[in-house]
Design a protein around this ligand. Structure first.
Ligand code: DGY
Length: 322
């Protein structure tokens, strides 16, 4: 029987499923292992169900020569050095598809919260400042009939776009590869260059994977192109936005607001974020509904079971292994 590691706390049914196939070392603590602890725990393991907080890189792979597969419980896999995995002959998998709608919902939560100043108003009310209804209090920005911009139009970007129909919005997007006509029609979305997108969006959502090419895709120069009334949202990965440049733009009101679920050095946030009343902050909860997190972990388990049974895992990332 193969030995596998579950690197941190997941749901019991997932561990049970794995126990039907493997000898499971379950690290049932909801905190990341250090790189050294991870190497030690992986000794003698053929596979691992990993989390986005586990770095799988060349030094780790060299120290764990028996490892054959790593299965991330996330769609993003920037915690994997995929080239190093491929060089070491280690299969790598992720969990695409099952979290699209849940992540699209968090983007919309942030859009509405930022446009209508929900979090700041809630704090103000709880602090006892409300003396009565005022005609000009807490004026926000309309979402309906505004222009939604999406940078990165994969499955989640498209799910975000489809929701815009209910708000009678114009949808514009930029993606390296333009969508097929039928998908553009279904999303009611128009392709623009990145700079046109930046200039025209009232609400700009970033939905790119984090790669060396997308590092600081939004920095001072890009923020300068945006409308002063625009709001920016990142529900993809920290590092796509230059956080320092965004803070300066928000402080100077060069853009009106932002909603962020991910940060460059998370969980450490630049403390200047906490002084701003025009940003809504959430702690990387984009896919965090009970049902979706269960689906993600079960899909990661399915990938692990397939890989170590000699089948092609459904969500294999390495291009060369078939
Ligand atoms: C993902 O799946 O990449 C999410 O960010 C993890 O919550």
């Amino acid at each position: 029987m193969h030995k596998v590691l579950v690197t941190r706390a997941v749901f019991e049914p997932v561990v049970e499923r794995l126990r039907q196939h493997f000898e499971v070392d379950y690290h049932a603590v909801d905190a990341p292992l250090t790189p050294d602890e991870l190497v030690k725990k992986l000794a003698g393991k053929a596979g691992a169900l990993t989390m986005p907080t586990d770095r799988i890189d060349a030094p780790l792979l060299a120290a764990c020569p028996q490892l054959r597969v790593v299965c991330n419980s996330a769609v993003g896999y920037n915690n994997f050095d995929l080239d190093a995995c491929s060089r070491a002959g280690v299969m790598a998998t992720n969990t695409p598809g099952v979290l699209d709608d849940t992540t699209a919902d968090i983007a919309w939560s942030l859009i509405l919260a930022s446009a209508r100043r929900i979090v700041a108003a809630d704090k103000w009310l709880r602090a006892g400042h409300w003396e009565g209804w005022k005609f000009k209090d807490w004026l926000g920005t309309d979402v309906h009939h505004a222009t939604l911009g999406i940078l990165g139009m994969g499955r989640i970007g498209q799910a975000i776009a489809r929701r815009a129909a209910g708000f009678s919005m114009r949808v514009i997007y930029h993606n390296r590869r333009r969508l097929a006509e039928a998908s553009e029609r279904e999303c009611n979305a128009t392709w623009l260059t990145k700079n046109e997108l930046l200039r025209n969006a009232d609400f700009l959502v970033l939905m790119l994977p984090y790669t060396p090419e997308s590092h600081h895709a939004i920095g001072a120069a890009e923020l300068a192109l945006m409308k002063p009334t625009a709001h920016l949202f990142n529900v993809a990965r920290g590092g796509i936005v230059d956080d320092a440049a965004l803070i300066e733009a928000l402080q100077a009101r060069r853009i009106a607001g932002a909603g962020l679920d991910v940060f460059e050095a998370e969980p450490e946030l630049d403390p200047r974020f906490f002084t701003l009343d025009n940003v809504v902050l959430t702690p990387h909860i984009g896919s965090a509904s009970s049902a979706t997190r269960m689906k993600m972990a079960l899909l990661a388990a399915d990938n692990l079971i397939a890989a170590l049974s000699g089948d092609k895992p459904p969500n294999l990332l390495n291009a060369f292994i078939d």
